[in-house]
Design a protein around this ligand. Structure first.
Ligand SMILES: Nc1ncnc2c1ncn2[C@@H]1O[C@H](COP(=O)(O)OP(=O)(O)O)[C@@H](O)[C@H]1O
Ligand SMILES: Cc1cn([C@H]2C[C@H](O)[C@@H](COP(=O)(O)O)O2)c(=O)[nH]c1=O
Ligand SMILES: [Zn+2]
Length: 206
């Protein structure tokens, strides 16, 4: 069956109300934004967090300390949007650091240790909105880190897509241009390109 690009609908995420109403304690939840490299995960994370700021909610953003590509503290998208974040060595640190906020953002979630699933659960159980962005697949097309578990426990999952650098179709894979077999290899367009399934499977034969 030929690929129908129009079959992918792009619904802008509209946040549920997070206001404290009556005497009832507020409920929390988990949102996951996933996709390949260059698919707009960080842009979408920043968009949601900026809207939460406009709603005068207290926000805090965290990223794994190993990801210091553009900036030690900010998270920065490929099109240069940025927002302040706290780099953490371990996911457990997030619990105390997020204590006074209502909305917690996490970027590059695939790199957090396995405790991140419990940490996100605890934060959401305590009434916080938790927004997680990360790569769903690694350069081999395999599920990356704790992303599958986070997607399973999330109330909302948004998969965003890039454009295939080979053929212009919708891309959901991150193709590695270098011969390295290390799972973690930080980089940008120097090392990776977004590809559709077909061009990803063709590898160097495209
Ligand atoms: N192949 C591509 N497909 C789509 N956007 C791309 C591509 N290559 C570069 N970009 C740029 O990347 C931006 C998205 O960056 P970002 O939010 O950091 O993505 P992610 O966090 O998913 O890697 C796009 O708005 C666009 O300017
Ligand atoms: C596929 C893949 C990616 N990485 C690295 C490359 C980048 O530094 C980040 C992803 O950043 P983005 O915001 O999603 O563009 O992850 C890796 O280490 N291993 C991989 O398999
Ligand atoms: Zn393609």
């Amino acid at each position: 069956m030929p690929f129908q690009q129009s079959s992918i609908t792009s619904n802008m995420f509209i946040e549920p109300s997070h206001r404290k109403e009556n005497e009832n304690p507020r409920t929390g939840w988990i949102e996951v934004i996933c996709g390949s490299m260059f698919s707009g995960k960080t842009e979408e994370l920043i968009r949601r967090l900026n809207r939460a700021k406009i709603a005068r909610q207290r926000i805090q953003i965290f990223k794994p300390a190993l990801d210091k590509r553009y900036h030690d503290e900010n998270i920065v998208s490929h099109n240069d949007n940025s927002i302040r974040s706290i780099p953490v060595q371990t996911s457990i640190e997030i619990i105390d650091l997020a204590e006074n906020c209502e909305v917690v953002g996490l970027d590059e979630a695939q790199f957090f240790d396995e405790k991140i699933v419990d940490v996100c659960t605890l934060l959401a159980d305590s009434g916080k909105r938790v927004i997680v962005a990360g790569l769903d697949m690694d350069y081999m097309g395999k599920p990356f880190g704790c992303m599958p578990q986070l997607m399973a426990i999330a109330e909302f999952v948004t998969k965003v897509h890039a454009i295939c650098m080979v053929c212009g179709e919708v891309a959901s894979h991150s193709y590695r241009l270098s011969p390295s077999n290390e799972r973690v290899l930080l980089g940008e367009t120097d090392l990776y390109e977004a590809r559709c399934r077909r061009c990803f499977n063709l590898g160097e034969q495209v």
